[in-house]
Write a protein of this length. Sequence first.
Length: 225
Amino acid sequence: MTRAVLGFDTATAATAAAVLLPDGRVVEARDDPPAGTRPAHASRLLALIEEVLERAQLEWPDVGRLAVGIGPGGFTGLRIGIATARALAQSRDLALVGVGSLHALAAGAPAGDRAHVAAVLDARRGQVFAAVWQAGTLALEPSALDPDALAAQVGPATLAVGDGAVRFREVLEGAGASVPADDSPGHRILAAHVCRLGAAGEPAGRDELLPDYRREPDAKPPSQP
């Protein structure tokens, strides 16, 4: 890697951005809104990108690749993140890589527990977005499902991380999975992992980079008479 990788994720209420330097160092910034408040992706994302570049003492020509979390996750957040990534890739002539947000979440699990990981995001409507890795192999593709259905996919050796794991702790622990303390950093998607996965991923065309919604949006346009 001869130039830096800029990465960000807007799949959850948090807005996270980071830059991975050629020497392996990472500079990261994030906005975690208080519970019950609206996410600020639209107002914070570009500011966080400029912040990490400034803190890393980089200019845009120093960036060679852009990595963005593609979900699954919140519909509005994903649209903002991917639209921003497309625009930056076009205006700055950057290679563009989509990174699964659940994959980035799983990558943040404690090092000794990554063989059996369930990455779980709260999908609202009583559901979760989840993916499961067993022995390092993807055993459950990213899906929108009920917590009980996810519980059937985990076992005593599984570590469940993410805000969905916190919300449905009782169900998952009842199935034998372990869930870190609510304030564990392992429950957050870190843009550093988006950068690292993006550095190893295959670039995609701007028009080919699409959000991974996994279900229909909560709000739909009114039906026509």
